[in-house]
Ligand binder design. Sequence first.
Ligand SMILES: Cc1cc2nc3c(=O)[nH]c(=O)nc-3n(C[C@H](O)[C@H](O)[C@H](O)COP(=O)(O)OP(=O)(O)OC[C@H]3O[C@@H](n4cnc5c(N)ncnc54)[C@H](O)[C@@H]3O)c2cc1C
Length: 466
Amino acid sequence: MDYDYEVLIIGAGLSGLAAGIRLAHFGRRVCILEKQVRAGGLNSWYPFQGRILDVGLHAVTNYVPRSVKSAPLARILRQLRLSHDDLRLCPQRISRIIFPEKELSFTNDFQLLVQEIADKFPSQVDGFLKLTSSLADYGELSSPGREVVSARKVLKQFLSDPLLIEMLLCPIMFYGNCREDDMDFVQFSILFRSIFTEGFARPKLGMRQVIQLLVDKYQESGGELRYGCQVHKLIIHQGRVAEVHLANGRIMQAKVIISTVGLPETRLLCSFWPAEAKEPKPGEISFVESILMLDCLPSQSLGFETTILFYNDTEHFVYRKPNGLINSLSGVICCPNNYQEDEQMSTEGLVRLTHLANFDLWSRLDQDEYRRQKEHCLRESVEKAERFIRGLGRHIVACDTFTPRTIQRFTARQKGAVYGTPDKLADGRTAIKNLYVCGTDQGLVGIVGALLSGITVANRWVLYGA
Ligand SMILES: Cc1cc2nc3c(=O)[nH]c(=O)nc-3n(C[C@H](O)[C@H](O)[C@H](O)COP(=O)(O)OP(=O)(O)OC[C@H]3O[C@@H](n4cnc5c(N)ncnc54)[C@H](O)[C@@H]3O)c2cc1C
């Protein structure tokens, strides 16, 4: 059969770009179809009142220095033929987890967290060290048919203090858990390593530079990228994707289709789904985030030196769709200026405030009420953050707030579910023979996770695989 391309990739987010780079490097005829006018997906950038803002960037997780060659970051760079210097990563200074009774600090040096636990939870430190040596790894995530094991249950086998369990779960859930209340232990392990054992960094010039680097790499290797090109329907014939219908009326054909738009979203694109295959449900976890631009740098003028602060005001950390529009009893405060080296080049302060949010409630509001509630939510967030950053509200010169509704509108993720469906496809294979899913719904979340997922699916199913 004479195909237009060997591989069509739906979506130029980080997983789509990584898959594309691998395939283009090996001379495969590949085209990425992106509905937006720029690449990057959930972690892209946008112009705002004369500035360039990152859509969501708090941190690139999995940070290791250049000399560490065996970590996921180093493996990704090798596979994409990039150097550590290309990303211009600035490591974090210090991050904190603050609960009513206790506080833990951590940096990219794991020993600090071990010391903090020894000081504040002396009876737990042995269990904590045993836990860290029992963590699962990336390989286990992609083994098909594996059972999901409750992270809470496993944690209880190692730790007897419920407060420490909640404090460890707080950043890990905020940065990658698609399930309510509990999470998959393998996912926990991967996120634990990426946040605590390895650590946080920020690309010096934000995501725009990283995305441009990936797009250039892809196009220089011969890959094609079409913007403003929305896939409207995948026509299934005899168990395979026979045609890809675009919203502009064009029809394309390819031997293999890789979708990065999410599993439930990909299912909706398919003209047919086998009755015996599970119907994937969208996730429920979404967020509201306010990006505040300040007339001063938080560490110099407001005494706030923390890179990322995770707080929780209740006895038990509640990670689920809130009953109201947002849940400000817990949240994340990220200060991009507080990465090492960033401050010398910043002229404006930046603070990002994030809370769990309820998509269903946000989606019911009419336009006026939606605007009012966004303002209300901003005030509530700032009030909460002022406990940690005194005088924050007085220094805001501009701000932008996004809600689950914004996420759904721009990325097509149903319910604005940033971390996708709980029905993950471990190895990327779907019920349709030549259709694979990569990115968030393969189970690898975040920037590094999405890149790794794109590489894995391209390698396994196109370059070396079936
Ligand atoms: C607000 C926010 C903050 C975040 N912060 C961080 C962070 O600090 N650190 C971190 O590591 N991770 C963070 N993440 C998570 C991270 O951004 C994602 O896990 C990752 O970018 C997902 O990449 P992806 O390629 O799987 O999917 P996506 O980025 O969703 O890419 C899918 C692409 O497909 C396109 N598309 C959708 N439908 C169609 C269609 N029908 N036709 C054509 N194209 C289509 C979309 O426009 C998009 O470009 C954040 C996410 C959000 C939303």
